[in-house]
Ligand binder design. Structure first.
Ligand code: DMJ
Length: 589
């Protein structure tokens, strides 16, 4: 046992794991760490979960979230106890029977109503409540959970009463709805996994129809201006894009994520989703990935289309939310025959030719000449490396919510840039092309380990540090899961234990800097020691952050990636087996 805890008082006596080393190097190579140490690490994460869940139960239940500094509570997601619903499957996976049993009592009594004039946000309610119930049902087969999931979907169903079937922002279970005519991508189209699973479990085809209507409408829209990728804003009356703002971060992320995952959930039969995923990733890889000038950090940013010049401009923002992308790309590279799309009858060039997407069509041709499996995996590793460094570069060991990446000059996308010389900003795909042509071997630019850069206090105070290649735009640490989610997937997929060890280092920083007597708290900034806490512990910390950590450290994998698909709130849902019931409900081409 390498960790010393005072179990009676979980806030006290935390001692560093001697195998972890410091943040800058793999002190003890991760694969030399004995299995029993990983077991102990998993147990420590379980203790962290219990600490925060007990704090919630004691001071906040049946409200939504605990305020971990003041031991107060808040009702920010309908007031039905979102932390409880979001934590159900984590309790099951960790074997916490008592906690699970106590929450079931509450769940049986939730009435899913709201006072007049208040509205449940459709997206958040689906990913947290519905996703939580369905996942717990899949793991535990307790009929109550499915009944409640079905009831909840009935109460939300009014949101679909739009001319196109794209959902409105919010709903009161009494039938009132609310929301602008222009909807947000992540909010209107991150329902496929939950509604498909609900249809499968209940045998009600209408739930599948709800989700399929949405994604088919998006699939038929005119995506000429965005090269086949879905932009953020959509007109709910016409089901056409309202802007050409492209992102994998806030307001967009989970819709792109669900394209691959819906294909996997349906046992690789929902081909329309696979094609949409290939279009999205082709555009992301050729247009949204950049390298920073000095350290060659690979990052993904968002682009807007200038109405005057009709050219896409990168913002060079890099959001923590986007750090799910490396994990998704790795999952795609692991599960799809990306190096042999012909075996699926798919030709990348045909998926996005110039007649469909104008100039952007050329990118499909360009990527068709690559080994896509390798390319996606390189992108995954390079992006995960940058996400990890955004933690390792900080004195707290925790990553900021948003960075602005340094660039040199006005390096607009699509312009040819000039090689690898120091200071040249360039698009990643151009750098890879040059790397390929030069006959170089090994990992391409942006992929591979790099040394963390921690600024001195003087550099921080004077703002003189340039070596990191980025500035902090939103310095807060919000206990988010995305980086750990990607480290977890990369560990499971590549088997390289450096990802697992980095997960542990992040956990140590969480433990050291965010723990309070009642739970764990977000930080106002990742750059200042001693860390300054905020009175906030989002439910996703229990649903996602701690779950991915736990799954990363346990030896047996209870959620194999070929049998389960995680929804965007980390609730695992089972892949189809195509039994008779499933065949009756779904007619997927
Ligand atoms: C989670 O609620 C989900 O992962 C969502 O898709 C986006 N962000 C938060 C956590 O950061």
């Amino acid at each position: 046992m390498y960790l010393l805890y005072n179990w009676m008082h979980p806030y006290a006596a935390y001692q560093l794991d001697p195998f972890a080393g410091d943040l800058s190097e793999d002190y003890v190579p991760a694969d030399k760490i004995p299995a029993h140490v990983w077991e102990d690490r998993a147990k420590t994460v379980k203790m962290a979960f219990l600490h925060s869940y007990h704090g919630y139960e004691r001071y906040a239940q049946p409200h939504d979230e605990i305020l971990p500094l003041s031991n107060g509570y808040r009702d920010n997601f309908n007031g039905w106890g979102v932390t409880m619903y979001d934590s159900l499957d984590t309790c099951i996976l960790m074997g916490l029977e008592d906690e699970y049993a106590r929450s079931i009592d509450f769940i049986a009594r939730t009435n899913f109503t709201l006072p007049e004039g208040q509205f449940a946000p459709f997206f958040e309610t689906v990913i947290r409540y519905l996703g939580g119930l369905l996942s717990a049902y899949a793991l535990k087969e307790d009929e109550l959970l499915l009944r409640r999931a079905d009831e909840l979907a009935e109460k939300l169903d009014f949101v679909f009463e739009t001319p196109t079937g794209l959902p409105l922002f919010g709903v009161n279970p009494n039938g009132e709805v609310v929301g602008p005519e222009i909807g947000i991508l992540a909010e209107i189209a991150s329902l496929q996994l939950e509604y498909t699973t609900l249809a499968k479990f209940t045998g009600k085809k209408r739930w599948w129809d709800r989700a399929n209507t949405v994604i088919q409408a998006l699939n038929k829209a005119n995506l000429h201006r965005t090269g086949g990728m879905f932009p953020i804003r959509w007109n709910l009356s016409s089901a056409q894009p309202f802007d050409a703002h492209l992102s994998v971060g806030a307001q967009a992320d989970s819709t792109h994520e669900y394209l691959l995952k819906q294909y996997l959930l349906t046992a690789q039969t929902d081909r329309a989703n696979l094609e949409m995923y290939l279009r999205a990733t082709t555009h992301i890889i050729t247009n949204l990935l950049f390298l920073s000038p000095k350290r060659h950090l690979l990052y993904v940013t968002d682009t807007t289309l200038s109405t005057v010049e009709h050219r896409a401009r990168p913002t060079h923002r890099f959001e923590h939310l986007s750090c799910f992308l490396p994990g998704l790309l790795a999952l795609g590279a692991h599960t799809l025959p990306l190096d042999d799309l012909a075996s699926l009858g798919i030709d990348l060039e045909d998926l996005g030719n110039e007649s469909m997407f104008g100039k952007a069509g050329r990118n499909y041709k360009l990527l068709a000449g690559y080994n896509l499996k390798k390319l996606h995996l390189w992108a995954a590793e390079g992006l995960a490396q940058t996400c990890w460094l955004s933690y390792a570069d900080m004195p707290t060991g925790l990553g900021p919510d948003e960075m602005t990446m340094h660039t040199v000059g006005d390096d607009r996308w699509g312009e040819t840039v000039d090689g690898f010389k120091e200071g040249a900003g360039y698009l990643w795909i151009e750098a890879i092309d040059k790397w390929k042509r030069s006959g170089a071997r090994g990992a391409p630019p942006g992929v591979g380990d790099k040394t963390p850069v921690i600024y001195s206090e003087t550099e921080r105070l004077r703002g003189t540090g340039r070596a990191r290649d980025y500035a902090l735009k939103k310095p807060a640490y919000l206990l988010r899961p995305e980086t750990l989610e990607s480290l977890y997937l990369l560990w499971r997929i590549t088997g390289d234990s450096k990802w697992r060890n980095r997960g542990w280092k992040i956990f140590e920083s969480i433990e050291r800097h965010t723990k309070t007597p009642y739970g764990y708290a977000s930080l106002k900034t990742v750059e200042v020691l001693p860390a300054v806490k905020d009175d906030d512990m989002p439910s996703y910390f229990l649903a996602e952050t701690l779950k991915y950590l736990y799954l990363m450290f346990i030896d047996q994998d209870p959620i194999p990636l070929d049998r389960w698909v995680f929804n965007t709130e980390a609730h695992p849902l089972p892949v189809f087996s195509w039994n008779e019931t499933e065949k009756d409900i779904f007619h997927i081409q």
